[in-house]
Design a protein around this ligand. Structure first.
Ligand code: DAH
Length: 345
């Protein structure tokens, strides 16, 4: 019996030492120390022993059991410790690694230009007005002194939806709509940014959809000098104090007289270069004194009220300001282009 107990002890301790994980160790515990285990089995034969041997054997059995239990406990500690170490190694974080930057969005360069222009005019007392992109022929053309069949309609090749409805070709219809709302009473002082559409083939300087910003001031005693002064402030704020402007006579059906405004070329300082096509000047916008017909059609007394208007393309302004050589960059959403205008980097 004594030998059998010793044998069991050696066998168990050996198994414990080679146990690879906690599950295996638990199986050993159950098989050796459990009620149906071999030690219990051996102890059942105690009855056959003499009175002197019995306590000795009992003590030995306890010793064997204790040593197996101690062996298991010891091994369990080691296995648990190893598991913790393994987990730590697997989940190790190198806090010295540089962080991954979070990518942030950013205003589109055109939005930035438009907001800059809006802010400038808001600072001069203007309010921002809006109008529909799907517009009536009446507001897009007729109310702007472009009756049906007027040859100047050809300047703005249009997307018609029905005979009377089209995608607006410019932001000027907002002039007519706003004046109408004022019911013949001044002052009117608005700027109106928005999308416009023309049947153009897209190339480096044309896009079938682009932006415009319209300006309109109507009041008593508004003169051409007010227009010139306003445009001068705008040009200097937008392009730099050192820029000059010049007004050239032009034609728009909704203004009389009409002008086009140029700014002096910054690149060559007026000497002439490829950007200004050798002229020293760069065309920026169209403008003029609101045509009396336009005032009258919108319900204003053209004997009492006068006004000026202007219209510009923010893409063109952004292209000049940022040196962009193709209008399509604004609409093709190439992040490599857009990222250059990020204020976060
Ligand atoms: N609507 C014109 C265009 O799209 C731009 C323009 C010119 C607007 C003169 C105006 C203006 O208000 O006075 O070409």
């Amino acid at each position: 019996m004594q030998e059998r107990l010793k044998e069991l002890q050696t066998e168990a301790l050996e198994k414990i030492s080679t146990a690879a994980d906690l599950k295996e160790l638990n199986d050993i515990r159950v098989s050796y120390l459990g009620k149906k285990g071999p030690i219990t089995e051996v102890l059942k034969g105690m009855g056959k022993l003499s009175a002197e041997e019995r306590p000795k054997m009992g003590a030995l059995a306890n010793e064997v059991r204790d040593s197996i239990a101690a062996g298991i406990e010891e091994k369990q500690k080691r296995l648990e410790e190893a598991a913790v170490q393994e987990k730590l190694a697997a989940e190790k974080i190198d806090v010295t690694l540089p962080g991954r930057p979070v990518k942030t969005g950013n205003h589109h360069p055109l939005t930035r230009i438009i907001e800059e222009i809006e802010d400038l005019f808001i600072g001069m007392g203007y309010t921002v007005a809006e109008g529909p992109e799907v517009e009536k022929d009446y507001y897009n053309f007729e109310a702007l002194n472009l009756p049906k069949g007027h040859p100047a309609r050809d300047m703005q090749d249009s997307f018609y939806i029905t005979e009377e409805i089209l995608l607006r070709t410019h932001t000027s219809p907002v002039q007519a709509r706003t004046m109408e709302k004022h019911e013949g009473k001044g002052p009117v002082k608005i700027i109106c940014p928005g999308k416009v559409y023309r049947r153009d083939n897209d190339d480096a300087t044309h896009s079938h959809q682009f932006m415009q910003i319209e300006g309109l001031v109507v009041d008593e005693n508004i003169r051409m000098t007010d227009l010139k002064g306003t445009l001068q402030v705008f040009a200097k704020k937008m392009f730099g104090e050192d820029r000059e402007i010049r007004l050239r006579p032009s034609f728009f059906p909704f203004t009389e007289p009409s002008v086009e405004m140029d700014i002096s070329c910054k690149i060559c300082g007026g000497k002439g270069c490829s950007v200004c096509k050798g002229t020293g000047w760069i065309e920026i916008l169209g403008a003029g004194m609101v045509h009396p017909n336009v005032l009258e059609m919108a319900g204003f007394d053209s004997k009492k009220y006068t006004g000026f208007a202007f219209g510009m393309g923010p893409e063109r302004i952004a292209m000049l300001k940022y040196g962009v050589d193709d209008i399509r960059h604004f609409y093709t959403n190439d992040v490599r282009f857009l990222k250059q205008f990020s204020i976060h980097e």
